[in-house]
Write a protein that binds this ligand. Structure first.
Ligand code: PMP
Length: 322
């Protein structure tokens, strides 16, 4: 679908997957005026296909569009595009295990010009690809590297938008994490370099020994849809869930003392993944016994059961596509 100020959104087409032909002066290649979303379609045992909270992706897409000076795509059109693509590609939705069809809506400045201003021609597109289980050999805790030098987002910046530039900026820190033998990188705030924000592609949760669960407050982080689902499920399981700032010192000290018993990360790709350890030049701190904790696994199972239709969805989160 293309957008221009004169015509609004027009010329929706459905075509076989293939390369885009793009002019070298296309705005997005130079100024990164681009946003995207990521969600999954799940096949149930009866063959029906479902998505998880697509209207939440539509709402976040609109917020991202606003921040990146892109035109707003009505939620209804976003949802129709998803349903159309997933229905047409229904044979590509895998069956069994924790498999899914990963769906990637994106919008970019497709106007050809080199001036610095919001584009007057924009393209919205959706692609999809079958995805295997994130953990093929059982859930394995990840190790996390504390980014020393780099931050992900500043107040007033684009941290809360799902735009490509945020990810480009996090790649070097992710490389640094890999060089230190870690799976993921965690970012601190840009001002005091003290407050825990999020991983490169996942939000964080901390489980305390009194059953309380804490997640960093919104602002410069991405408002994860899984993050919100965890908040709701954990509350219903009887946990007190709090959104507040948590400093890197509190994380380290409380993990050392056993006040923090589990840490997990969450996002569409991995659902919930336990954090086994936090590493930095100051040393390594192991979370609990370094394994997958019971609270993490209980919330993970509950969420997966809803997504795959094995448990009743008391929240109205699942959307039947076909
Ligand atoms: N933070 C970042 C930076 C992400 O890229 C993602 C993945 N979209 C998340 C958090 C988790 O968001 P969600 O649960 O909506 O996938």
């Amino acid at each position: 679908v293309t957008w221009t100020p004169e015509q609004g959104w027009h010329d929706a087409t459905l075509k076989p997957y293939g390369p885009l032909t793009i002019d070298p002066a296309t705005a997005v290649l130079h100024y990164a005026q681009e946003i995207f979303e990521g969600l999954k379609a799940y096949r149930r045992e009866d063959g029906s296909i479902w998505t998880f909270r697509p209207e939440a992706n539509a709402a976040r897409f609109q917020r991202s569009a606003h921040r990146m000076a892109l035109p707003e795509l009505p939620a209804e059109d976003f949802l129709t595009a998803l349903d159309t693509l997933v229905s047409v590609d229904r044979d590509w939705v895998p069956a069994g295990g924790e498999t899914s069809l990963y769906v990637r809506p994106f919008m970019f400045a497709s106007e050809v010009f080199l001036g610095v201003r919001a584009a007057r021609e924009v393209t919205f597109s959706v692609i999809a690809s079958p995805a295997g289980a994130y953990f093929s050999k059982g859930v394995k805790p990840v190790s996390i590297w504390l980014s020393q030098e780099y931050t992900r987002a500043a107040v007033g910046g684009t941290g809360a938008a799902k735009c490509g530039g945020n990810y480009a900026g996090s790649l070097l820190a992710q490389q640094e994490a890999s060089e230190h033998g870690c799976d993921q990188v965690v970012f601190l705030d840009a001002v005091e370099h003290r407050w825990v924000e999020e991983l490169g592609g996942m939000n964080l949760y901390f489980v305390y020994d009194d059953g309380q669960i804490v997640t960093p407050e919104l602002g410069t982080i991405l408002e994860g849809i899984t993050r919100h689902a965890v908040q709701v499920i954990a509350s219903d399981m009887g946990h007190k869930v709090e959104e507040r700032r948590i400093s890197i010192d509190e994380w380290r000290d409380s993990a050392h003392s056993g006040r923090i018993t589990e840490v997990f990360a969450c996002g569409t790709a991995a659902v919930l993944t336990p954090v086994g350890s936090l590493r930095s030049p100051e040393g390594e701190v192991v979370m609990g016994d370094g394994g997958a904790g019971p609270v993490t696994m209980a919330i993970r199972e509950k969420l997966l059961d809803i997504q795959y239709g094995r448990a009743e969805d008391g929240y109205g989160w699942m959307h039947k596509v076909c």
